[in-house]
Design a protein. Structure first.
Length: 118
């Protein structure tokens, strides 16, 4: 019984790591020009108005909204993704949605002004 569990665990880890590698490769080829591996905008992404994928705004989008944003360029003013027209499958786009969901939400607080006592 333990031998089968070990084998199943090994298969599961292999399949999972393979799927993660495919999503990482997809992210690298399609997203990394504007979004760094951690989701933050790259310098070229900033120039195009890319938003941090860890932002409260992105992380609070529904899966369908996020899918449509990636696939159809919904809600894009600068660079329009429209990756569905560029050959990505629905599954690949949903894999990217899942990957973005794994990024931690960044909550930024407004900067406080320093008060000098004099």
């Amino acid at each position: 019984m333990y031998g089968r569990i070990a084998v199943l665990t090994g298969v599961l880890l292999f399949v999972t790591s393979g799927a993660c590698g495919q999503v990482d490769g997809l992210y690298q080829s399609q997203c990394a020009g504007c979004h760094a591996p951690d989701g933050a905008p790259t310098p070229s992404g900033i120039a195009l108005g890319a938003i941090d994928l860890k932002s409260f705004f992105i992380q609070n989008m529904t899966n369908d909204e996020l899918f449509n944003s990636i696939a159809l360029a919904d809600s894009h003013k600068g660079y329009a993704h429209a990756f569905a027209r560029r050959g990505l499958t629905d599954k690949q786009i949903y894999d990217l949605v899942d990957s973005i969901r794994q990024m931690k939400t960044v909550r930024t607080l407004p900067k406080r002004k320093k008060h000098l006592l004099g």
